[in-house]
Design a protein around this ligand. Structure first.
Ligand SMILES: *Cc1c(COP(=O)(O)O)cnc(C)c1O
Length: 377
């Protein structure tokens, strides 16, 4: 969308509010604002709207709503839909804050939550009941990269009239077509691949026009988790290079996974499109590529993992993924520290597990860096 100046790059509309030509125009906009009419930037903003339109078109959903962060998106998606007495079934391998929402916050509001092992069809089948209102899952889990059979779970959930919510952040908007495989509502942390250069937070919820405008938007505009115009502008620019970046990063992740799969210092190398992955066939069916992230389980536990991290020269220790810079994470002591050792065991998060998010550095340089750091253990 261009202003009257015909600018090449989209404009940033850094404005809180909007003025009206006359009182009647203000009145009519409050009754019903058209897509390109705005009243207040917590409700909507032209730059934010450009980001929403672009990502909805890329994902093939009717509409999208942008939020201040990925967690604002997850929160809004669930809380705009659920009420006391509802039953939710959720996979238990979740990003820490998502798990906090389903395990700690929802029950406080009398929402009944059943956690299941997301890769077990039997557990989904036993947990989804005629009164189940929603199911929630991460398409590819973090950091053990388990792949969920979304088509199966969606059919099961739709059979009882439940809404399927998918947090699709880990595989990026490119490699796991959640809306096509049955997700009614798809959520992204735009902080990850969509920005992809470590600058700003953002989130987005995608779904049908009715759900986005009647349910989700109403909730967010009154509770305040809207995206800022400045962040929307950065993320809009991110979408222009998303495919180039993610494909280049996936090339590197795939290369690393193949090179590391028989490494003597590793107990295992996890990457969805590696033939040794436990859901390899399913991953091949659902994913166009294996993604930008791989995990390695280093023999020797925490000490060996720390020596590896500390010896890296290119890849940096951080807790993010999807960035143009390669980032490595030790989940057991950082992102998943809050869980008990038993809960971590249940999720396969061992003390030697390291997550590697491949960036845009030269593939061979990064491979050499990982190899020399493994030698240093
Ligand atoms: C990072 C992440 C989030 C939260 O996103 P923020 O933008 O940090 O709020 C939610 N889910 C998954 C799977 C994530 O990786």
């Amino acid at each position: 969308m261009r202003s009257g100046f015909g600018e090449t790059s989209e404009a940033i509309f850094l404005t809180q509010g909007y003025v009206y030509d006359n009182a009647a125009q203000a009145e009519s906009r409050f009754v019903k604002a058209a897509h390109d009419e705005f009243t207040y930037s917590r409700y909507g903003n032209p730059t934010v709207s450009m980001f929403e339109t672009r990502i909805a078109e890329m994902q093939g959903t009717e509409d999208a709503f942008a939020t201040a962060s990925g967690m604002a998106a997850v929160n809004a998606a669930l809380f705009s839909t659920l009420k006391a007495g509802d039953h939710v079934v959720s996979a238990r391998a979740l990003f820490g804050s998502c798990r906090y929402i389903v395990e700690d916050i929802l029950p406080r509001f009398a929402v009944d939550v059943t956690l299941v092992d997301g890769v077990s069809s039997e557990q989904w089948e036993a947990a989804v009941k005629p009164h189940t209102k929603a199911v929630f899952l991460e398409s590819v889990s973090n950091p053990t990269l388990e792949v969920i059979d979304l088509q199966y779970v969606s059919e099961l959930a739709h059979g009882v009239g439940a809404t399927v919510f998918v947090d699709n952040a880990l595989p990026s908007p490119l490699f796991f077509p959640a809306p096509e495989l049955g997700a009614d509502v798809t959520v992204y942390s735009a902080t990850k691949h969509i920005d992809g250069q470590g600058r700003c937070l953002g989130g987005v919820v995608l779904g049908s026009r009715d759900y986005i405008r009647d349910t989700l938007e109403t909730y967010v505009k009154h509770t305040g988790g809207s995206m800022s115009a400045f962040n929307a502008w950065i993320l809009l620019k991110g979408l222009e290079t998303l495919s180039l970046r993610c494909n280049a990063q996936a090339d590197t992740a795939e290369h690393l996974a193949n090179k590391l799969k028989n490494h003597p210092k590793l107990r295992r190398t996890i990457y969805p499109l590696l033939s040794t992955h436990p859901q390899y066939e399913l991953a091949k069916k659902q994913m166009s590529r294996g993604g930008t992230v791989l995990s390695i389980d280093i023999d020797g536990g925490r000490d060996a993992a720390f020596r590896f991290l500390d010896a890296l020269k290119i890849a940096r220790i951080s807790n993010n993924f999807g960035d143009a810079k390669s980032l490595v994470t030790h989940p057991a002591t950082t992102t998943h520290q809050r869980l008990t050792p038993a809960q971590r065991d249940e999720l396969g998060i061992s003390n030697g597990l390291v997550r590697i998010s491949a960036g845009l550095e030269d593939t061979e340089d990064l491979m050499d860096d990982v190899a020399q750091a493994l030698d240093m253990i």
